[in-house]
Write a protein that binds this ligand. Structure first.
Ligand code: ZN
Length: 411
């Protein structure tokens, strides 16, 4: 995607004094003449910032303002121990509320709504972002935080909650409980804002139709404000990203080079306005793609696809990047296939071959059609031809872990 003139100007200005403001970037960009970075091409030559760099800056090494200007910190937990601390200035906190309010408006939520906030509050950024955006919009916040389903449902009913905000797994749990108790008719829910974890279309549609709500996927990460840097619209065809607050790129995670629009790769974000901890070319490790063209909703904000996975999941076969999640989606979309499948990648006669085993309840003489459907769907989705093998139910070994469905036997 082309860097627009507005973004270019902000980035040139940002780079002009980043070394003076931020000891972190003074070190990172040592020996690089930032005044020569004045085009998209030049910008793409700058080194990336990765989570490990942020971790090394613990506790306050990311700060790019004097300490008295920092009004809050948030922290993303690291699986490796040392957390990452992100300092926010007053303006950063306000900016976050501004873009979050935009998210609510994109989802058709107004000051008439009553928003039940179930993501957690605290060091992690989720809950407080939902709250600040809600108050800025002028809607009523019901700040529940996670857990205590009994109380959640009571508040939802008594306070006539119209909007549920939740992770997809918690939305599922609440929906099941509402169904079990048969209390849907007593609720006023009309919309759901769901954190963009990857979740099956099937499950999502089921919950949405049961609850009678429309779902919107919200995207964000603690290192860049938190949730709220993008959201899906009524057309549900990707996530509109607020490109006046962030500049984003999609790169090949292996080579670090930018990929053409439409191709899957890793999302890389540069903050355009952050004061407390500006980030330049930050690798999110989230895999997605730019959706080319205009959205029918008329919004001018560019779109990325729903996150398809993490870079660690990526596998390259015959020059084509692919992810276990994509096979998952295809198999679950085939009528007559159970959700059990296995993908084998082998190197035979100098060529990579992908074999997809999937279970079906269909008798043997009717399996050709299913196999054909699988091949066509994978070809159109991922651009590769696979060898399909429909097998009887119970044929494949069961496993709790999704990753155990994938066997790369090439190395
Ligand atoms: Zn749209």
């Amino acid at each position: 995607m082309k860097m627009n003139e507005y973004q270019r100007e902000i980035i040139v200005r940002l780079l002009r004094d980043i070394k003076e403001r931020s000891p972190f970037y003074a070190r990172k960009f040592e020996g690089i003449d930032l005044s020569s970075i004045d085009s998209q091409e030049a910008f793409e030559s700058l080194p990336f910032t990765d989570k490990s760099d942020l971790r090394d800056a613990y506790p306050m090494g990311l700060a790019a303002v004097p300490e008295k200007e920092i009004v809050r910190i948030h922290s993303s937990s690291g699986t490796t121990g040392t957390p990452v601390i992100i300092p926010y200035t007053k303006r950063d906190v306000e900016d976050w509320a501004v873009i979050f309010e935009r998210c609510y408006r994109m989802a058709g939520i107004t000051e008439e709504d009553r928003i039940q906030i179930t993501p957690g509050y605290g060091l992690w950024t989720a809950g407080i972002g939902f709250q600040a955006g809600c108050e800025r919009l002028g809607a009523m916040a019901i700040p529940m935080g996670p857990g205590n389903t009994e109380k959640q449902l009571r508040m939802m009913e008594d306070l006539r909650t119209t909007v549920l905000t939740a992770t997809s797994s918690y939305a599922l749990l609440l929906a099941e409980e509402i169904k079990r108790r048969g209390i849907r008719d007593r609720l006023c829910l009309r919309k759901g804002i769901i954190g963009s974890e990857r979740w099956g279309e099937k499950m999502r549609d089921e919950i949405a139709s049961y609850l009678g709500v429309e779902f919107y996927d919200i995207y964000g990460l603690t290192e860049i404000y938190g949730p709220g840097i993008g959201i899906s619209c009524d057309y549900r065809n990707g996530i509109h990203m607020w490109d006046d607050y962030i500049y984003f790129e999609i790169i090949d995670p292996k080579t670090g080079r930018n990929v053409p629009d439409g191709e899957i790769g890793e999302l890389v974000i540069t903050t355009l306005r952050k004061e407390g901890a500006p980030l330049i070319r930050y690798r999110t490790h989230d895999l997605t793609r730019i959706i080319p063209g205009e959205c029918p909703c008329g919004s001018r904000f560019p779109r990325i696809d729903i996150i398809v996975g993490r870079t660690d999941d990526m596998i390259k076969v015959r020059g084509c990047n692919m992810f276990p999640a994509q096979f998952d989606e295809v198999v679950s979309s085939i009528d007559g296939a159970t959700c059990e499948y296995q993908v084998m990648i082998d190197h035979l006669m100098g060529k990579d071959e992908i074999t997809v085993y999937f279970e079906t309840s269909v008798p043997e003489d009717g399996r050709d059609v299913l196999e054909q459907e699988l091949v066509e769907k994978i070809k159109s989705k991922m651009g590769v031809t696979v060898i399909p093998k429909a097998v009887s139910e119970g044929y494949l070994p069961r496993s709790e872990k999704k990753t155990n469905r994938f066997f790369d036997n090439r190395y």
